[in-house]
Design a protein around this ligand. Structure first.
Ligand code: SF4
Ligand code: SF4
Length: 354
């Protein structure tokens, strides 16, 4: 590696951190080892040599914990959501700025969006990203792979947004973290909080070079889409997500997709029109595009300390369910919500349930 490549590597790492990233990694075709088709740097930029991937935490550690607790206990939805959206926007901005600098000094570089951009040749319901920031992040040492399949860090758990820049500059790769430092003990609380059953409790094991990555197998991506965007948030029991929707979450994928697309999304769009939607973020496949995070529970429940994870879980399962009243989302007990639904007109109930 020549001196200029080493110098540029240091500049790019410093730039990501100066602009707001907490962790930076660099991967190359050599360190990615053709892991997966979503780690193909040439898909982004023909002739690429390396990728810079960085993490932006939702907030500083102490404030983050407080806001996660408020989100999980249904005290406050907006603060944490705003932080998640802004971290994603900042990650996109950093990608744009780094690629701009690299381009200006004579190399080719492409920023890759943090989220909500998908490969056009793949069916939209599979939500295939141009590049897997997660795979690049774990190979380059930003964090470890959690059983959730998310990247977990010892500072912020999985409450981070990731984005990347792919370039033909020959940047110096960073090392993956020692596997024995992975704090994921397979407590499986990330699975326990997923009402959509998106994660299947069977190990998906990948061996890349000397590293082994273990995550839960995944079901159809529409399962997460259905719940995370708030079309529904209900599966019986004492607690829901932040969604007031009570559409069924069937075991059969085909049945789930049918309810999601034909009933739950139109009803949610109608609710948004009636009650307003502050947002949130913008998604290409949702009517009106504006949408809010209603779940993210697999991400928010995770923390390096098991004790904190358990406390978070307890907050969630005692947080009740959401009803909408005077255009506001209010947490109540499951029993109270049931009473409210019974009193609703059939027409109004159709906005919330099938
Ligand atoms: S919640 Fe538990 S099982 Fe899931 S990623 Fe975190 S530590 Fe691992
Ligand atoms: S965001 Fe919610 S629905 Fe999606 S995988 Fe995580 S817990 Fe499940």
């Amino acid at each position: 590696m020549d001196e200029q490549d080493i110098k540029l590597t240091e500049i790019v790492k410093d730039m990501a951190k100066t602009l707001g990233a907490s962790h930076v990694s660099i991967t190359t075709k050599e360190t990615l080892k053709d892991w997966h088709y979503t780690t193909d740097l040439d898909y982004i930029l023909e002739g690429a040599n390396s990728a810079v991937t960085f993490a932006v935490p939702f907030n500083e550690e102490e404030d983050l914990n407080e806001n996660i607790n408020k989100f999980l206990s249904k005290e406050n939805h907006k603060e944490l959501e705003k932080q998640k959206v802004r971290a994603t926007t900042l990650a996109n901005g950093i990608a744009l700025e780094i690629s701009g600098l690299i381009n200006q000094i004579g190399y080719r570089a492409e920023p890759v969006h943090s989220n909500f951009v998908y490969r056009k040749e793949s069916p939209p319901e599979y939500r295939v990203p141009p590049l897997s920031h997660k795979f690049l992040a774990v190979r380059g040492g930003i964090g470890h792979m959690g059983y959730s399949g998310l990247i977990i860090t010892k500072e912020y758990g999985s409450s981070i947004a990731l984005a990347s820049v792919v370039t033909d500059a020959k940047l110096q790769p960073t090392k993956s973290l020692p596997l024995e430092d992975n704090y994921c003990d397979q407590c499986k609380l990330c699975l326990a909080v997923c009402l959509a059953d998106y994660m299947i409790d069977e190990e998906d094991v990948e061996q890349i070079d000397k590293d082994t990555y273990i995550a839960a197998k995944k079901a159809h991506p529409m399962r997460c889409g259905y719940v995370c965007t708030g079309s529904t948030g209900y599966k019986g029991g004492k607690w829901f997500t932040w969604s007031p929707g009570r559409f069924k979450i069937p075991d059969e994928d085909s049945e789930l997709i049918e309810i999601y697309q034909k009933k739950a999304i139109p009803a949610q769009f109608q609710r948004n029109k009636l009650n307003g939607i502050e947002g949130g973020f913008f998604h290409p496949f949702f009517p009106g595009y504006k949408i809010e995070y209603n779940c993210s529970l697999c991400q928010l429940i995770c923390h390096p300390q098991k004790k904190v994870r358990k406390e978070r879980y307890n907050k969630l399962v005692n947080s009740g369910v959401i009803i909408e009243k005077n255009c506001e989302r209010i947490p109540v007990t499951a029993e109270k919500a049931e009473e409210t639904f019974k009193k609703m007109s059939t027409e109004k109930r159709k906005l919330y349930t099938d």
